[in-house]
Design a protein around this ligand. Structure first.
Ligand code: ATP
Ligand code: MG
Length: 317
């Protein structure tokens, strides 16, 4: 009897160990993959839920956006497309779930959301330029603000280190953070970058005018350039052309297409099915707060499976 028990114990333990290992391997959550040092996409949402009062607008969405992907989001009005996009950079606070950007959970209160949000450019339907500032100021505002903020932070850190070093022994003195720039250089660099971007879209001569004097298409292209000035890792577009006169749509889509061709990762909510078909690497169809179907443009437009998607396409195509 005794012998039997002895031999059984290690067998059981090994089985348990294997089960545990299997469970660990099966855990494909972002947290588990991060802990194992495995690949995590540029953006990952996990069980993302958003409610407005009783209304569930996003219903347990899990999806990921890999670097270089161009994701088009389509779906009927009120299906949660804008809310989804706004949850990606936490302009809208999710009710539940997680939004990881470069491996950091933006929903986690301990994460510096502003630091990460800088790297996500957002362009809305309504060109959200500041009308009381000229074009150049519109584009340089955020980069200058952030550049100066970082500079002051570094200087303050050095100041306190210097004082603390007075009381530290020779061995324990901490090095100061090198400061290689000044306010003037930060402003000059932001201006130079803004002019480069304006030149690229053929609007360098508009640098000193106010947005009210520009066409809708020009304003929207400047809104895009303004987002680009922050050197984003991903661009989020929410129906960037739907407020434009038809003759302005082409120039804005052309610019977005150029960015896509250059490898920019983007998520774009659009009603322009032709554009989605041409530019997107993946199309998501949203309805009722869920991603009902997703696939390549060929699959979504050529061979839709979901009844609601078929119905939607029959109305918009
Ligand atoms: N701040 C809010 N408060 C309450 N309800 C909201 C709020 N924002 C959005 N909703 C509701 O959430 C649902 C989804 O809205 P959302 O704007 O995400 O839809 P959409 O797919 O972008 O639609 P559209 O194609 O018309 O832009 C709608 O029913 C809307 O009324
Ligand atoms: Mg919307």
């Amino acid at each position: 009897m005794k012998e039997e028990v002895k031999t059984q114990v290690p067998v059981l333990n090994a089985g348990e160990e294997a089960a545990k290992n299997n469970a660990a391997e099966a855990d494909t959550s972002v947290a588990a993959r991060l802990a194992r040092g495995e690949h995590v996409a540029l953006i990952e949402v996990e069980h993302l839920t958003k409610k407005f009062g009783e209304l569930t607008v996003l219903d347990d969405i899990t999806d990921r956006v890999e670097q270089g992907e161009k994701v088009a989001i389509i779906g009927p009005s009120g299906s949660g497309k804008s809310t989804f996009l706004r949850c990606l950079n936490v302009l809208e606070d999710p009710t539940g779930g997680a939004v990881y950007f470069e491996g950091a959970n933006l929903v986690d209160r301990k994460v510096d959301i502003n630091l990460h949000r800088r790297r996500m450019g957002m362009v809305f339907q309504q060109f959200n330029l500041f009308n009381n500032m000229n074009v150049l100021k519109n584009i340089t505002l955020a980069p200058v603000h952030i550049g100066l903020h970082d500079l002051h932070k570094t200087k303050a850190k050095n100041f306190f280190r210097k004082i603390a070093n007075l009381f530290r022994g020779k061995e324990k003195k901490r090095e100061l953070v090198p400061v290689q720039t000044n306010a003037k250089q930060i402003k000059a660099a932001a201006k130079e970058n803004a002019m480069r971007l304006l030149t690229r879209i053929g609007l360098a001569d508009k640098a000193n005018v106010y947005p009210s004097t520009l066409s809708g298409g020009q304003r929207q292209r400047i809104a895009i350039v303004r987002a680009l000035a922050m050197n984003p890792k991903v661009m989020l577009f929410d129906e960037p052309t739907s407020a434009l006169d038809p003759e302005m749509v082409g120039e804005v889509l052309e610019l977005i297409k150029e960015l896509a061709d250059e490898g920019m990762t983007m998520v774009i909510v659009t009603h322009e099915m032709g554009f989605a078909r041409e530019v997107a690497t993946r199309v998501l169809f949203m309805d009722g707060g869920k991603i009902q179907e997703q696939g390549t443009p060929q699959q979504i437009f050529g061979a839709p499976q979901n009844e609601r998607l078929k119905d939607f396409l029959s109305k918009v195509l």
